[in-house]
Ligand binder design. Structure first.
Ligand SMILES: C[C@H](C(=O)O)C(=O)SCCNC(=O)CCNC(=O)[C@H](O)C(C)(C)COP(=O)(O)OP(=O)(O)OC[C@H]1O[C@@H](n2cnc3c(N)ncnc32)[C@H](O)[C@@H]1OP(=O)(O)O
Ligand SMILES: [Co+2]
Length: 136
């Protein structure tokens, strides 16, 4: 089921400036990446077995644009690394969870990701992510 906290997503309006802040704090950036399907650009900072994921919208239709408009910058989601994401989504749907994604979608680092609606999880946006086996 849940292998670890893969990352904590932090929504920011200016990625470059936020990266500088977290580097000043002492974090080492591992890299940045655009994820077109999610209309975001992300910066990853490894922290032990997890990561900080700073994310900035790349389009006004991005989900993060709306979040920044309504909420401002801040913690956006928690991502858990799981196995058999597809099977997990079917099981969670069975259990009555409101799924934003019923099927896995492309995420950062070539992972497959899917989101559960925060309405089902005490107003915490949960992302499930799975490493894609290259042999697939
Ligand atoms: C690529 C990278 C990766 O890791 O690989 C990523 O993370 S991509 C990360 C960016 N992509 C995503 O976030 C995709 C999943 N998110 C979404 O589909 C959407 O943001 C959403 C469905 C959660 C909310 O969209 P929406 O249009 O309904 O937004 P609204 O503003 O109307 O919000 C509806 C209700 O959800 C709440 N809400 C919205 N966003 C969040 C959030 N991040 N955490 C907790 N609650 C939230 C609002 O407060 C509101 O509650 P109330 O009704 O009580 O006021
Ligand atoms: Co994420």
């Amino acid at each position: 089921m849940f292998k670890k906290i893969d990352h904590i997503g932090i929504a920011v309006s200016n990625l470059e400036q936020a990266v500088k802040t977290f580097e000043l704090l002492g974090f080492q950036i591992a890299g940045t990446e655009e994820v077109p399907e999610q209309k975001v650009k992300v910066a990853f900072f490894p922290v032990g077995e997890s990561n900080l994921e700073l994310l900035m919208p790349t389009d006004e239709k991005s989900a993060v644009t709306r979040f920044l408009m309504n909420h401002g910058e801040g913690i956006h989601h928690i991502a858990f690394l799981v196995e058999n994401l597809e099977g997990m989504l079917a099981a969670l749907k069975e259990k009555g969870f409101n799924l934003i994604d019923e099927k896995p979608r492309p995420g950062a680092h070539g992972k497959k990701i899917a989101f559960i609606h925060p309405k089902s999880t005490n107003s915490v946006l949960i992302e499930l992510c799975e490493v894609v086996d290259d042999g697939e």
